[in-house]
Design a protein around this ligand. Structure first.
Ligand code: HEM
Length: 533
């Protein structure tokens, strides 16, 4: 018997025997029919024998979608813990999605030329950024790729060193201000880190003209927008479903567009990164500054969304451990050069940025351990044409065209890769990482994704985080404001939301705040920080 006639018989029988009003009965029948239809699709929907094995949810049709909605990125860790599969097809909403956990298969997927990251970004761009159809077409036809071509070299080498100096010296203004006081209480440490790091990071994008350094409201807009990106990207009546985020985004667009507007008498001096990107956008035919600003809101989001929580977790993990603070101070102090800025005037502490990568091994290892534990980035790709991926034993799986592939960094907490203490924070775990860590660990550690789309901003984020950690540990003691004299505690982390790589504190937004007190260390009063090349 055909599936539809089985359905008809069951639903009509169901309807005749129910003790409800016809209206309720019809709704129940439709729901029952949908569930049954989903069950049939989930269980008997056609799968090529080379596709990854099916992993059904106990709720047909919507179970996996509900799981993602409820558990966010943690959903993929849960599935792996429960099923231990290397790769799976997740049936959902009458379609499917692939999930990959095996490290070799992920590497194979990241290298594939037929699995696209750009397609995923473009799918969400209209709702997320409010881009016009013309801009979407231009993005698809090469603008996005051209933007990446100019972005990557500017975030590497000498050009990056100059950006790092600018970003850190801007952050130093905040530290220098705190240093003039004996003690400085911060009622909400997450908010302080968020503001300081958002302003510092936007210095890299907008330089001297940075509107975020003058307007705290705009900084808050970055995070109101971020909080609503999932609703915005759905693009279903955003003025109702994502009102707050939509308004925040439009204020960001206005602020950035003002930097791009040129008149015969006025042209804003923009840093190379944004100037070159704007040239690309204009060369593709987008002349309206507001539309160009919409494209650049994407970079603003990418540059801040994971950098801020990564800085927060690095600072709290360091300052919660007095021994670690002491060792990092021992590493960093010999690198500082004290210089008298004016004869008889203030002292400056000069710190050479390039040494951050080589001369503070425990700090670097701590940062990597933080990113291992706090980061659950998911590399998402759209399969452009049927694609084969291979595991370490040469076994191949088929990904069908027009399907999404999720490759989560679940291996960050795998005991097979990191040992039985995989869930513990071990600051020294990444010492000698480059030379001594196994190939498996290198492949499993993917906080910045990988392949062609490996995050181009990773070294900027690293310099910003390490530089601020050095300055804060050297110049200040930090204590729990609620328990003077005691180290701060590391708050519990919540699972990163879909689209985020790094989770935030569980208590964020609940009114429970981490209050800390900085005390300027003896000898560091009135010393001004300067990060040098
Ligand atoms: C700790 C901070 C950061 C983390 C954890 C992070 C993580 C990531 C991840 C996981 C991806 C996706 C890679 C993939 O799917 O394979 C990505 C892409 C990207 N990130 Fe970052 N990121 C960080 C900081 C930054 C910064 C500071 C910038 C810019 C200044 C930036 C700009 C980008 C861009 C433009 C892409 C898209 C790359 C492409 O399309 O090829 N990120 N990042």
């Amino acid at each position: 018997m055909a599936e539809s006639s089985v359905l008809d018989v069951i639903t009509s029988h169901f309807a005749q025997t129910l003790p409800f009003s016809p209206y309720v009965e019809s709704i129940l029948c439709v729901v029952f029919g949908l569930v049954l239809f989903g069950y049939v699709l989930d269980n008997y929907g056609f799968l090529d024998s080379r596709e990854p094995p099916k992993l059904r949810s106990s709720f047909p049709l919507v179970g996996h979608v509900m799981g993602m909605g409820k558990r966010h990125t943690q959903f993929f860790d849960d599935l792996y813990k429960k099923n231990g599969m290397a790769i799976a097809t997740l049936p959902m909403l009458g379609g499917k999605m692939y999930a990959v956990w095996d490290i070799a298969l992920i590497q194979s997927g990241l290298k594939s030329k037929t699995m696209s990251f750009d397609a995923i970004m473009i799918q969400h761009a209209q709702g997320l950024l409010g881009l016009s159809n013309k801009s979407l077409k231009l993005s698809r036809d090469g603008m996005l790729a051209d933007l990446m071509h100019v972005t990557k070299p500017i975030l590497a080498g000498e050009a990056l060193a100059r950006i790092n100096a600018q970003v850190l010296n801007h952050a130093a203004i905040v530290l220098n201000e705190i240093g003039t006081r004996k003690a400085y209480e911060i009622p909400d440490f997450y908010d302080w880190v968020q503001t300081t790091a958002t302003v510092a990071t936007t210095e890299a994008l907008y330089g001297e003209a940075n509107p975020f350094s003058r307007d705290k409201g705009l900084v808050d807009d970055v995070w109101s927008f971020e909080a609503g990106i999932r609703r915005l990207s759905l693009n279903i009546l955003p003025s109702v479903t994502a009102r707050h985020a939509l308004h925040a985004r439009e204020r960001l667009v206005e602020a950035i567009a003002a930097l791009f507007d040129e008149t015969p008498d006025h042209k804003t001096e923009l840093p190379d990164l944004t100037r070159r990107r704007l040239e690309v956008i204009r060369s593709h035919g987008i002349t309206d500054s507001r539309e160009a600003a919409r494209v650049e809101v994407a970079l603003l989001h990418g540059a801040t969304v994971n950098t801020v929580p990564s800085l927060f977790w690095t600072l709290v993990h360091v300052f919660a451990r007095p021994d670690l603070v002491a060792t990092i101070r021992n590493e960093a102090l010999p690198l500082v050069k004290f210089v008298s800025a004016t004869p008889g005037g203030e002292n400056e502490a000069h710190f050479p940025i390039k040494l951050l990568d080589t001369a503070c091994p425990l700090l670097l290892s701590t940062y990597r351990e933080v990113t291992r534990l706090a980061n659950r980035a998911i590399s998402t790709r759209w399969v452009m044409e049927d694609t084969l991926v291979s595991d370490a034993h040469g076994r191949q799986y088929l990904f069908r065209a027009d399907t999404t592939v999720m490759m989560p960094a679940t291996a960050h907490s795998s005991a097979d890769v990191w040992g039985s203490d995989a869930d513990e924070f071990q600051p020294q775990r990444f010492l000698d990482w480059k030379d001594k860590a196994s190939r498996e660990r290198h492949a499993a550690y993917m906080p910045f994704g990988g392949g062609k789309h490996l995050c181009p901003g990773r070294n900027l984020a690293k310099a910003e985080i390490l530089g601020l950690a050095v300055a804060l540990t050297l110049a200040f003691e930090m204590e729990d404001a609620a328990s003077p004299g005691r180290p701060i505690r590391v708050p519990e982390i919540r699972a990163a939301r879909m689209g985020q790589g790094v989770g935030k504190p569980v208590d964020l937004g609940t009114g429970k705040k981490l209050a800390v007190r900085f005390r300027t260390r003896k000898g560091w009063e009135n010393i001004k920080w300067k990060f040098v090349l």
